[in-house]
Design a protein around this ligand. Structure first.
Ligand SMILES: [Zn+2]
Length: 136
């Protein structure tokens, strides 16, 4: 089977599930992806240890892009990068890391809002409040 045939087969099974089952499967998978992103570990650990599959799952889950999750989705690495960006004041990297767009602030952006000059801002809660206080 090629990529497209695997994907079409998975889609067909997904479409055959009732809404509550799809919601439960999606919620379960999101939790497991966050778990491997937090713990770290190999593709094999993810599919056998965390998801509980047998050896026959290797190819279909590899074809689905599972190796991308274990190779690229590392939440600790992202936190380490944010720390380095803050320590070195790399303002240009803040948007891709979801950090507050206020100059010299390297907190997590938690609010998005349109400014008076129609620029969509992403700020931490402190700078969102500051903006609200200024307009009141
Ligand atoms: Zn801020």
């Amino acid at each position: 089977m090629n990529d497209k045939e695997w994907e079409d087969g998975d889609q067909k099974v997904w479409d055959g599930l009732d809404y509550d089952t799809r919601l439960a499967v999606a919620g379960h998978m999101i939790r497991k992806v966050v778990e491997i992103g937090t713990e770290g570990g190999s593709f094999r650990h993810f599919i056998y240890g965390i998801l509980g599959f047998d050896m026959d799952a290797y190819v279909p889950l590899y074809m689905a892009g599972g190796m991308t999750i274990t190779n690229e989705f590392d939440l600790q690495k992202i936190e380490d990068i944010k720390k380095i960006v803050g320590e070195n004041k790399y303002e240009k990297l803040k948007p891709v890391l979801g950090l507050c767009d206020e100059p010299d602030c390297f907190e997590e952006a938690s609010s998005g809002w349109p400014s008076e000059d129609n620029v969509y801002r992403h700020t931490c809660s402190a700078h969102f409040k500051k903006k609200n206080d200024e307009t009141e």
